[in-house]
Design a binder for this molecule. Structure first.
Ligand code: NAI
Ligand code: MG
Length: 360
């Protein structure tokens, strides 16, 4: 049997990002050991706010290029209380996503066993969504500027960019993903009543792409109405596609409805695999609980399962998700964000034990 090596770049970043990535690397090692068919070669990078404070840059200038040598990137979170968030976000996370053209941000949401949705009426399986977020342009394209700082005539602009190429590729990806799921159901989120240029192009391209996916049932929803539908009628939704800003907001709502932001994973994909994709929990660096050892590592473990799937290790991905679900199914392994008293260490040890087959 030949042994496959997966080269992983690990970037813990700041706060609990470092804690959950460390926990995740332990779990990945246990999975590789048990599987026997692959191994990980992990290089850890100390990029983040401490580096910024020391050197003035969150990562080296050629940071994104250094990452091209890897098969995948495992990312924690970035952000510190004493550095403005726009510097942090653009200095590290977007400085990786944009040059590596990870244009499809995929965010599965499901109420895992043992976890209760804050929605009283949600039963098993009724909330099982994947949100596809356009991750390269739209409202976060980075175009805009400020003039006349401090004067009464001060002006600031953030220009949303919607290109035919950018919208079409995310629509094709979303329709394809919807097709791969049992219900073959896609909701295209828009705001084309108020935003009458970019979002109208978005709607037009959705209708064009839909013709190539006749087996996918799709509908269109204004983003404000979508929040109501997600809350009131979650079972009517399966796959969702939305712009960078809209999906950013909707996916935090989705994470909350699935029980905790501490369990929500995401993948920043370059679907053509021209560059490595990046896998991260949705949550941030959570300074309020940093260093306390109580960060929920489940989001990062789930994100690692997505990474394994992307790397072609489906059996290991499935095995990891079973171990994750065994952990969430046991209230004694719920961290405080889920109302329990477990620690990161306890959850990690339990998942590793299940991976090794030493739990029953
Ligand atoms: P946050 O996600 O860090 O925390 C929000 C709340 O959820 C906090 O009460 C936190 O304790 C809790 N929480 C988050 N993840 C948790 C986990 N795994 N286990 C248990 N509880 C968890 O969001 P916040 O407070 O808005 O941002 C903090 C910093 O993180 C900011 O600097 C922000 O810019 C940054 N951030 C970075 C992201 C990234 O790197 N992708 C994403 C979101 C925020
Ligand atoms: Mg967000």
């Amino acid at each position: 049997m030949t042994m496959t090596t997966h080269k992983i770049a690990a970037i813990g970043g700041d706060g609990i990002g470092v804690e959950v990535v460390e926990a995740c690397l332990e779990v990945l090692d246990a999975l590789a050991e048990r599987d026997g068919g692959f191994r990980f070669e992990v290089e850890s990078f100390d990029w983040g706010t401490d580096r910024y404070k020391r050197t003035g840059a969150f990562m080296p200038e050629d940071g994104a290029d250094q990452l091209r040598a890897f098969d995948a990137i495992l990312f924690g979170a970035v952000g510190a209380p004493d550095v403005p968030d726009h510097l942090t976000l653009w200095g590290l996370r977007l400085a990786i996503c944009q040059p590596l053209d990870q244009y499809a941000n995929v965010r599965p949401t499901r109420v895992l066993p043992g976890i209760r949705s804050p929605l009283r009426h949600v039963n098993d399986g009724e909330l099982d969504w994947v949100i596809v977020r356009e991750n390269s342009e739209g409202e976060y394209a980075g175009q805009g500027g400020r003039s006349h700082p401090g004067l009464p005539i001060e002006v600031a602009t953030d220009v949303s960019i919607f290109t035919r190429a950018g919208v079409e590729r995310i629509m094709r990806f979303a329709f394809g993903l919807a097709r791969s799921r049992p219900r073959k159901l896609l909701t295209v989120v828009t705001k084309s009543n108020a935003q009458r240029h970019g979002m109208v192009l978005w709607d037009e391209i959705a209708a064009e792409v839909a013709r190539d996916f006749p087996d996918v049932t799709w509908d269109k929803m204004l983003v404000d109405a979508m929040t109501v539908r997600m809350t009131m009628n979650p079972a009517s939704i399966d796959t969702i596609v939305a712009s960078n800003l809209h999906a950013d907001i909707l996916s935090d709502l989705a994470a909350a409805l699935s029980g905790s932001i501490g369990v929500a994973p995401t993948a920043n994909l370059n679907p053509e695999r021209e560059t490595p994709s990046m896998f991260e929990p949705i949550h941030g660096s959570a300074f309020d609980i940093t260093g306390k050892g109580i960060a929920n590592p489940i989001a990062t473990f789930w994100t690692a399962a997505m990474m394994l799937e992307h790397l072609g290790e489906q059996a290991a991905a499935d095995h990891l998700m079973q171990a994750v679900e065994a952990a969430t199914g046991n209230p004694a392994l719920h961290t405080p964000d889920l109302g329990g008293a477990a620690t990161t260490r306890m959850v990690t040890d339990a998942v590793i034990a299940t991976v090794r087959g030493r739990n029953s």
